[in-house]
Design a protein around this ligand. Structure first.
Ligand code: ADP
Ligand code: ADP
Length: 239
């Protein structure tokens, strides 16, 4: 069951200094790719390959210059900001630098998306408690991000991304700032997110071992193109 479909997608950026008629960069160059419901889909490639741009097209933080992007059955290519809202609510995102609010506590960070959606305070509290339990941070609810380790910060990031019950979780280099042991712990948590809640995960990384540890499918990007794809086992099998 397809949940994200890229059909001949192109994304060009005008080079900043070039001005009118100047050169442009094809960050994504004719990508056709299907991600199925329940996948942990790894997108791997060197820096500058176009991975972030591809993933930002999924929540329409970027709009394609060509082709179509379909998410949860809706063609979002030209959807207005208003109509994108219900789709964006079904997509959570986590980041390399965690992007937590430094002046909010752990519990307040996790509650933030619920607050934006005007959920009742008692529901917010119940949901935050549930999520703290799920990510194993119950004892840290009232701490600030600066009092947490990198792995704990990413657990908060994951809890916050899950707060509104998304169907898709986008992870942009989510373990790249962590040491190998912490990386493994966070990947195990992402695996539980996938297995317990059936959430589809799209995971960008430049680290092959990350993809090998949790992804079932993978696409290899280079210079804006998907140069290889398939089951992780097949793509990384020795020739
Ligand atoms: P990756 O995530 O694989 O490192 P990116 O998607 O960030 O790759 O970048 C792909 C290419 O697009 C790079 O050449 C980058 O410089 C360019 N690019 C990305 N975002 C922009 C932007 N907003 N403006 C201009 N060029 C951009
Ligand atoms: P507002 O009038 O502030 O826009 P809503 O209409 O979004 O608030 O929500 C009204 C009430 O419905 C809220 O107090 C909240 O508890 C509940 N609620 C909001 N969103 C949902 C949802 N997605 N599912 C179930 N209940 C919701």
């Amino acid at each position: 069951q397809p949940i994200i479909v890229f059909d001949h997608v192109v994304k060009e950026f005008k080079d900043r200094e070039a001005g009118k008629g100047g050169k442009s960069t094809r960050a994504v160059d004719d990508v056709t790719l299907t991600i199925n419901q329940g996948d942990i889909f790894g997108i791997i490639g060197y820096s500058g390959a176009g991975k972030s741009t591809l993933v930002r097209l999924i929540n329409a933080l970027e709009r394609p210059t060509g082709g179509t992007v379909t998410v949860l059955g809706t063609d979002i290519t030209k959807l207005s900001e208003g109509k994108l809202r219900p789709i964006r609510q079904k997509i959570g995102m986590i980041f390399q630098q965690f992007n937590l609010f430094s002046t909010k506590t752990v519990a307040q960070n996790i509650a933030y998306p619920l607050k934006l959606d005007h959920w009742r305070k008692d529901y917010q509290d119940r949901r935050v408690a549930e999520l703290l339990d799920f990510v194993g941070l119950k004892e840290h609810a009232d701490k600030y991000p600066s009092q947490l380790s990198g792995g704990q910060k990413q657990r908060v990031g994951i809890a916050r991304a899950l707060a509104t019950n998304p169907q898709i979780l986008l992870a942009d280099e989510a373990t790249s700032a962590l040491d190998p042991e912490t990386t493994s712990e966070v990947l195990d948590l992402l695996k539980r997110v996938n297995e317990q809640f059936g959430i589809t995960i799209v995971l960008i990384t430049h680290q092959m071992n990350v993809v090998q540890q949790i992804a079932n499918r993978v696409a290899v990007m280079s210079a804006g193109r998907v140069v290889e794809r398939g089951d992780v086992y097949d793509v990384f099998a020795a020739p």
